[in-house]
Write a new protein. Structure first.
Length: 330
């Protein structure tokens, strides 16, 4: 997938994001910047390359911020540091946000990085899963914890989950390649990429193309920050906007920067390049071209709420707050 060049609108938007802090009336410090942290949702990889670009090019420092990128991971949940104030913004997902809010966490979703949920079902060309109707009779390798995801997909498509054999597996492509399962529930941007680096072109079916709408890679901030630290939120998220627009313009360069910034993370350059290209259609759309990176539609909020209800989560549209993006994109 070739890099998509920056449009004139995106270039103007990137410049505006850089000026947003001043527009909010915050006097930029003469020397020291305001220290803030951005909590990532997982280990360092090109999944967060827009953040790395913003930091590498000094755009946050220009906006008066000294930003620390906090690595996530299996033992580093996003929501607690945001609630505690350790991180100004966290990168979460609508289902995690809904669960935390249900337990009293006082925050809102202020941006949506992935316009399409990355969950996919990967299969091999000689036994493909093209649509949910192909799932009955198949053995699907997945983590049992993701059963609610599969159940929601089945409900949305009038499929009886009992007709699908769930095979608990580790998060690896090996069970599919070894013929132990017929398909895998995974992210579009990881196990299919791992197979591609081994010369295997997997077929993937995005759940988002079959009714499973669930905002992913969402930016969350507390109600207190929205009330009292708006200028810093605009500056931090504005840097993200500039970073991701630059990422889209040259995904290979974004992958190279990621590998260079984290030499001890064990990142494979080719895997990072493939993942970077594969993320583009998930993160950018006609909507973001028109409104700007991170935007969402009311229709996608309604669909996300519907998906969450199938997973036992009840939320209302006021979980989403677009005011910071409105300040950035004008």
């Amino acid at each position: 997938m070739p890099p998509i060049p920056l449009t004139r609108r995106a270039m103007i938007r990137a410049g505006a994001a850089g000026l947003a802090l001043g527009g909010m009336g915050l006097t930029r410090p003469a020397a020291a910047q305001v220290p803030v942290a951005l909590q990532l949702s997982w280990l360092h990889s090109v999944q967060f390359a827009g953040s790395y670009i913003a930091q590498d090019r000094g755009w946050w420092r220009e906006a008066g911020l000294d930003v620390t990128l906090l690595q996530g991971g299996p033992n580093a949940p996003v929501e607690p540091p945001v609630v505690a104030g350790t991180a100004l913004i966290g990168i979460s997902a609508a289902d995690y946000a809904a669960a935390a809010v249900a337990q009293g966490a006082p925050f809102r979703i202020i941006g949506v990085a992935m316009q399409k949920n990355p969950f996919a079902i990967a299969s091999l060309p000689d036994n493909p899963v093209r649509t949910p109707a192909d799932l009955p009779g198949k053995r699907i390798g997945m983590a049992v914890a993701n059963t609610p995801v599969l159940q929601a997909l089945c409900t949305l498509n009038d499929i009886d989950i009992a007709d699908i054999q769930i095979v608990p597996t580790q998060y690896s492509a090996q069970p599919l390649l070894a013929g132990e399962v017929d398909c895998l529930l995974c992210w579009e941007t990881d196990l299919p990429v791992a197979m591609e680096t081994e010369g295997v072109q997997a077929r993937t079916m995005l759940l988002a193309d079959h009714g499973y709408v669930l905002h992913s890679q969402t930016y969350i901030a507390t109600n207190d920050s929205l009330a009292n630290r708006r200028a810093e939120l605009v500056a931090l998220l504005g840097g993200e906007v500039r970073g991701w627009d630059a990422y889209r313009a040259d995904t290979d360069a974004a992958a190279e920067l990621t590998v260079r910034m984290f030499p001890d993370a064990g990142l494979d350059p080719e895997t990072q390049r493939l993942q970077a290209r594969r993320q583009v259609p998930l993160m950018f759309s006609d909507l973001t071209d028109a409104q700007g990176f991170g935007w969402w539609s009311e229709e996608s909020v309604e669909a996300t709420i519907r998906t969450l209800s199938l997973m036992g989560r009840t939320v209302t549209p006021d979980l989403w707050d677009r005011s910071i993006l409105e300040a950035i994109h004008g």
